[in-house]
Write a new protein. Structure first.
Lengths: 155, 407
């Protein structure tokens, strides 16, 4: 890249070049480790990478279709917070919750936090996977529509 | 104008981005406005333990009124409650409980706002996440200006904030990304707002001496991390990325300057200096090949602005929209999202000297353009006049004129 001295260096242009180098590196590693030969086509790899990149960048707060279709969140969603509950009657329940909160929890907090951190990672991964599936479903739907339009044109 | 500044902690020795921002604005505006800072007796942002005397005081010419904290933060209860409300779907009362537990719980300050809040023309609140702002702002909403210092962390997704972010009469933001974030959480479009940021003084024209860092044996080719070495600041990922990178680049060192809050690996190319003096800090900034900012959450990275102020480019975490936005607007460095990008970007900044220097200069020009105090204060002053002009009219008019003004 011939940029020097007082010449301005546009970050976008440098980042485009860096992204393309990184993409090439990933493609080479993928092929070397026995990945699909279809990725010998750099343009195809770039398309796939762009699609997954967009999905992976979906914000945590973004609404997605698949989680809505899965129904009641309590039946499938990873819950990472500690809830102090007891099925017993009021008095014993209060005592049990007290024991759980102030005796057991302090003793096992390290283990709880270790597990919670891992569940958090899994939850984030699930979110990204949901986003990827949505992105692919959208792409498929658009291609189908395009295919129908083209077949219609021929008829 | 008679202004109240509400902030969780206040004082010359108190570190913290929002506290520092509040103090700078208070001191700079106090020459032409009647300002009172309403704050707590706390110095420690973790416990909120009362450490400063309650009542009136004057700090660097600014009148300050301190209120005692009723209860120190209950760390474990707060941690459990954070897990619960950030897990999603917590009812509003539990979310409000989170703001109460986050503290500082200062009933005297809230009572003061309830009984005297309307004596002020405008009341400015720093940081949406703390109790004085969350519970105090609604009491004076018609004259409240919020400085949210919002980041894309889990707290911003609490559903009770939709209504809260609708309340202020005006907003002062640190970056356009922060404005967009808060706008996206409010129910309606925001009222008057300004992206002001913080100001920096120009550094001395003569190049800073390398002597203080030569004494520490810091080599020429180093990347600098400045600040608390903490997982919450993305330092765990930075250390992983760098160790991987250093396995192929034996000539580069990562210098960490700041108090360690996590285990730092023993590595010949990682130098952890701990807390450093201002002299060393300044020399480190002036001579770094690049500043690294690995944080995921920022409303404005002051250290990034400081690096540009020294003409040094930056390498930032691109997953933080604020950092990527700042770097792109300034053309002052590069960003990365995963280890392979970190390697390429670090390589570029270390190897391409002319481009690296140009990016540093571009960063400096950005600071000159956007972040000098006269520019920042002009933006703030203009916003305050605008909000005051709009909100003071309906206050003074009879009931028949209701409906004019605040929309």
């Amino acid at each position: 890249m011939a940029l020097a001295g007082e010449t301005s260096v546009p970050v976008d242009a440098v980042m485009t070049e860096l992204h393309s180098r990184v993409r090439e590196r990933l493609r080479a590693q993928l092929l070397a480790s026995g990945g699909s030969r279809d990725f010998e086509d750099p343009a195809l790899f770039a398309d796939v990478e762009a699609l997954l990149h967009a999905a992976a960048g979906t914000p945590e707060a973004a609404k997605l279709i698949l989680p809505e279709l899965l129904g009641e969140p309590d039946t499938w969603r990873l819950s990472t917070s500690m809830r102090y509950q007891s099925h017993r009657s009021k008095g014993p329940a209060a005592l049990l919750i007290l024991v759980k909160r102030y005796i057991l929890m302090p003793a096992f907090r390290w283990m709880y936090e270790y597990s919670r951190d891992n569940f958090e990672r899994q939850r984030r991964t699930n979110h990204v996977l949901f986003a990827c599936v949505q992105e692919l479903a959208l792409e498929t739907a658009l291609l189908r529509r395009e295919l129908r339009r083209l077949s219609g044109d021929r008829e | 104008m008679k202004l109240a500044f509400v902030v969780q902690r206040y004082g010359a020795g108190i570190a913290g981005g929002s506290e520092g921002h509040c103090r700078e604005l208070a001191e700079r505006l106090s020459s032409h406005h009647d300002i009172t800072v309403l704050t707590t007796c706390a110095r420690d942002y973790v416990t909120w333990e009362n450490a400063l005397p309650a009542g009136p005081a004057t700090e660097n010419g600014v009148p300050v009124m301190r209120f005692p904290v009723a209860r120190q933060r209950r760390i474990k209860i707060f941690a459990d409650l954070s897990d619960e409300v950030f897990d999603g779907a917590a009812p509003p009362d539990r979310q409000q409980e989170w703001f109460k537990e986050n503290g500082p719980d200062t009933p005297g300050l809230i009572d003061h706002l309830r009984s005297h809040g309307r004596d002020y023309d405008l009341v400015l609140f720093w940081t949406y996440r703390y109790s004085p702002s969350y519970f105090g702002l609604p009491l004076v909403a018609d004259r409240a200006v919020l400085v949210p210092t919002a980041e894309e962390d889990p707290a911003i997704d609490l559903s009770v904030l939709h209504e809260f972010f609708d309340r202020p009469a005006g907003y002062i933001f640190m970056t356009p990304e922060e404005r967009d974030l808060v706008s996206s959480r409010a129910l309606h479009s925001l009222r008057d707002s300004v992206v002001a940021g913080i100001g920096l003084e120009p550094v001395a024209a003569t190049p800073s001496s390398r002597a203080p860092i030569d004494q520490l044996g810091i080599p020429a080719d180093y990347l600098l991390y400045l600040g608390r070495v903490d997982r919450n600041k993305g330092c765990d990922a930075l250390l992983d990325n760098f160790q991987e990178y250093a396995s192929t680049r034996k000539d580069v060192t990562l210098v960490l300057a700041g108090p360690p809050k996590m285990q730092i690996p023993e590595h010949p190319q990682i130098r952890a200096l701990g807390y450093v003096s201002d002299e060393v800090r300044s020399a480190l900034l002036a001579h770094a090949r690049a500043l690294v900012v690995p944080s995921w959450y920022e409303s404005l990275s002051i250290v990034l602005l400081e690096a540009w102020n020294h003409g040094v480019p930056a390498l930032v975490n691109g997953r933080c929209k604020v950092l990527a936005g700042q770097v792109t607007r300034a053309n002052g460095g590069l960003y990365y999202m995963f280890p392979a990008e970190f390697d390429e970007a670090a390589d570029y900044l270390l190897a391409q000297r002319a481009e690296r220097d140009a990016m540093g200069r571009q960063g400096l020009r950005y600071i000159d353009r956007e972040y000098r105090w006269p520019t920042v204060m002009a933006r703030v002053e203009s916003l305050l006049q605008e909000v005051y002009g709009r909100t003071s009219r309906p206050r003074r008019q009879p009931a028949s004129a209701a409906g004019v003004g605040v929309n």
